[in-house]
Design a protein around this ligand. Structure first.
Ligand code: TA6
Length: 308
């Protein structure tokens, strides 16, 4: 199975309004409520692709109860660890006219040292059956900035490949612990390395410890710097819709490609098509299957001449 870790799970609320205008009040046309936090989205996409997936992280309070009820009927399997504090909510406001999305993310509950210790014990047990592990999203208050580095080290010790998708200091420390793959976006990569030039920055991130780096470049697609080569993958045309969760679908496709042992160009083509098909779906953790099949053969993957 593929294990995804979401230390800061969330109940994702999506409000769709006609046209978002500052300083005015709005009628909400549609309200969506989904289990969220990056790793939960990744696991739901993996399940839809036919991969057995298990979610862990923290869950608590009345929001956590709703989250668990929403997860229960379908895969992925729930291996979340209960805490005293309450799971956070995130709110995405989608402007139906333009597709522009405004995201508001609560910080999340404070996790105690005892709860962190309980999580580590559960994580060690889950690693025994994992073919790969994804470590995704922000850290809730109370969790130390080196937490992902510690989780990467423990997975490496258990022989389980790791994918890291976070930002800021947790990303910097996590990369130094040598994950198999890091998936920053262009801004996160620039903050990490000080370079706005994606190829230079991706190579720098590899020198800092990541075995391979796949940077998401928004509508332009992906840039992969790997030990086997450097590739750019781009969709046939920009896709308009709700981009929330597009990066999570990239992570799902890369994990699926890793456990299936696919060559890099195939992994990247799938990741770009799946991410675009997620922009066309109503919420993160979902994708439009017909759009995915239609886009996949039209993704362009180009190898850069320079060695990785
Ligand atoms: O990528 C979209 C999303 O996963 C939302 O579902 C939302 O829960 C949010 O990101 C969480 O991100 P954060 O970085 O705050 O952990």
């Amino acid at each position: 199975m593929i294990l995804t870790v979401t230390l800061n799970t969330a109940l994702d609320i999506t409000y769709t309004v006609d046209a978002l205008t500052p300083h005015t009040s709005h009628r909400v046309d549609r309200v969506g409520e989904r289990p969220g936090g990056k790793g939960l989205n990744v696991a739901r996409v993996l399940a839809a692709l036919g991969h057995e997936s298990v979610v862990t992280g923290f869950v608590g309070g009345s929001v956590g109860t709703v989250l668990r009820e929403l997860i229960a009927p379908l895969p992925p399997r729930d291996a979340l660890v209960p805490i005293e504090g309450s799971t956070r909510r995130t709110v995405a406001v989608v402007d139906a006219a333009t597709g522009d999305t405004t995201q508001l993310n609560e910080a999340g509950p404070t996790v105690t040292p005892t709860e962190w210790t309980a999580f580590l014990a559960a994580y060690e047990t889950l690693l025994r059956d994992a073919d790969a592990v994804a470590l995704c999203g922000s850290l809730p208050p109370g969790i130390h900035v080196g937490a992902y580095a510690e989780l990467v080290r423990r997975a490496r010790a258990a022989g389980v490949p790791t994918l890291l998708d976070t930002s800021g200091e947790p990303l910097r420390r996590g990369i130094a612990a040598r994950p198999d793959l890091a998936k920053p976006n262009a801004d996160e990569l620039a903050r990490l390395t000080g370079s706005r030039e994606p190829l230079r920055a991706a190579r720098d991130a590899r020198r800092r410890g990541a075995h391979a780096v796949v940077a998401s470049l928004g509508p332009e697609g992906l840039l992969a710097a790997t030990p086997d080569g450097i590739w750019q993958a781009a969709p046939p045309a920009p896709v308009l819709g709700n981009p929330t969760g597009a990066g999570d679908s990239v992570v799902a496709a890369l994990l699926a490609g890793l456990v299936e042992g696919l060559p890099w160009p195939d992994r990247l083509a799938r990741a770009v098509a799946l991410s675009a098909a997620t922009v066309l779906a109503p919420a993160a953790g979902e994708f439009d299957p017909a759009a995915y099949e239609e886009l996949l053969p039209r993704v362009t993957v180009t190898e850069e001449a320079t060695a990785a």
